[in-house]
Ligand binder design. Structure first.
Ligand SMILES: [Zn+2]
Length: 144
């Protein structure tokens, strides 16, 4: 009888210890969960803030794009069509259609231009294209 009571007492002590250990685990997990929720809220707030900034930046860029497109359209109307056609072909092929030519060197492809061509280009009387990359060459004083 006493032995059975001892066994039951020991089992009760073990269960109490296990319950205490489980209570500690539950408290630790609860604490971690709370920390994760705070971190998540912080990240959510940061994301919302960045998204708001991105929307503002996008709107500003779209406004600038519209402004530049208007200016481009106005300038395009002032350029002779045959020059615009050359410009567009070179732009499509090279990514840039115009290059400064300084000291006889095309700054688009860094190849030397023939001296006679360079002298004609410096007079800026007609459109001169680089013999190597076909970019429209501009004298240094006109390209800035
Ligand atoms: Zn060139």
């Amino acid at each position: 009888m006493t032995r059975e009571i001892e066994v039951l007492k020991r089992e009760r002590e073990e269960r109490t210890a296990e319950a205490t250990r489980l209570d500690e685990v539950v408290a630790a997990v609860g604490s971690q969960l709370k920390q994760h929720e705070e971190d998540f809220k912080g990240l959510t707030d940061m994301l919302a803030s960045e998204e708001s900034e991105a929307v503002k930046t996008r709107e500003a860029l779209l406004a600038r794009k519209e402004l530049h497109q208007g200016a481009r359209k106005e300038l395009t109307g002032r350029v002779r069509p045959e020059i615009m056609r050359i410009y567009q072909i070179v732009l499509n092929r090279r990514g840039t259609a115009v290059a400064e030519c300084r000291d006889g060197i095309c700054r688009g492809c860094y190849m030397a231009t023939p001296p006679q061509l360079y002298n004609v280009m410096l007079r800026a009387e007609k459109l001169i294209q680089c013999p190597n990359c076909q970019r429209i060459l501009l004298p240094p004083n006109l390209s800035r």
